[in-house]
Design a protein around this ligand. Structure first.
Ligand code: MTE
Length: 300
């Protein structure tokens, strides 16, 4: 399948899933033979090792199901995701209610192995399956005056128990500038590890913007609106001093209450070392030009 965006790894660098899944067994086997060193070069070549399925699907932020990291995995089975309709409206040529299955049948699904960095300073590597948001926007026809894309999550308190509490203002809303939304790195994810995306990760479709803090990557989207006004965002509404519209990963601009210079990879156990956070989460080459001339200290 043609990849229009080239990773910092070439396709040959991505460990085939079967090899990846067997790597620990292979390593264990070689260690048993006293040959563990032989496995090292292969390991060093793989820069982005996806986090384990259990980590990605059991350590979540999805406040609609509760604020504890384990709440989404416990409660998200209550959400019914089929049928699912996404309303696409605002400054588009073909507004309407689009059935997710219909959308999916028109999209090219690719695997994208991305770093994922939460504003809380933890991180993972996720092998998403999804399509470029640009392709969906092209399908509905963005009008010339549109400057932003606003997105909204489902509001259904009977199935999302966290919505019975005003933890944040519901529904969860997010947004991107149009050029960010059209960037080839920006995807709508429908899967992880080649499997249907679990509810706790934002089924049936969630946004993924890998160079921004995780909260921009809104889950279980039901509305996409093209507009000429900067969209309201949930975390800005909750705390305007701490969360602004752009929320690009930036190790040199600290959160008012903690440093953003390093991060804690999830899933490596108690003794996992923090690692330095990369500018734009490692996607600087691809996205820095979007922000040329902008003061990133003010527009954080
Ligand atoms: N989307 C909705 N609707 N509700 C949320 O609470 N949390 C955000 C983001 N999208 C959130 C959301 C935050 S803070 C993060 S870090 C990521 O989802 C977490 O995604 P993950 O659980 O798949 O790792």
């Amino acid at each position: 399948m043609a990849h229009r965006w080239t990773n910092d790894l070439t396709h040959a660098d991505i460990t085939p899933k079967s090899v990846f899944l067997n790597r620990r067994q292979i390593m264990a086997g070689l260690a048993g033979l006293g040959l563990a060193g032989l496995a090292a070069p292969a390991k060093a070549k793989v820069e982005l090792v996806p986090s384990d399925w259990e980590v990605i699907t059991q350590y979540n932020n999805f406040y609609e199901f509760g604020t504890d990291k384990s709440d989404p995995a416990k409660h998200a089975h209550m959400l019914s995701t089929s049928p699912w309709t996404i309303t696409i409206d605002g400054m588009v040529d073909r507004p309407g209610d689009y059935n997710v299955a219909d959308i999916m049948s028109k999209m090219t699904i690719e695997e994208r192995i991305y770093r994922f960095r939460c504003v809380e300073a933890w991180s993972m590597v996720v092998p998403w399956n999804g399509f470029e948001l640009k392709d969906l926007l092209d399908l509905v026809g963005v009008q010339a005056d549109a400057k932003y894309v606003a997105m909204e999550t489902l509001f259904r308190p009977e199935e999302m128990p966290g919505q019975k509490y005003q933890t944040i203002k519901w529904p969860y809303v997010e947004g991107l500038r149009l050029d960010e939304a059209m960037h080839p790195l920006t995807i709508m994810a429908s899967g992880i590890y080649g499997k249907t995306i679990p509810n706790q990760n934002g089924a049936p479709l969630r946004l993924v913007v890998p160079w921004k803090y995780g909260f921009k990557s809104i889950k279980s989207v039901v509305r996409i609106t093209l507009t000429d006004q900067e969209p309201t965002t949930s975390w800005n509404t909750a705390n305007a001093r701490e969360y602004k519209f752009y929320s690009n990963v930036n190790p040199s601009v600290d959160h008012p209450r903690w440093s953003q210079s390093s991060e804690r990879p999830i899933g490596g156990g108690l003794f996992t070392k923090r690692k330095p956070t990369l500018m734009f989460n490692g996607y600087e080459k691809e996205v820095a030009s979007l922000y040329e001339g902008m003061d990133l200290r003010k527009n954080f």
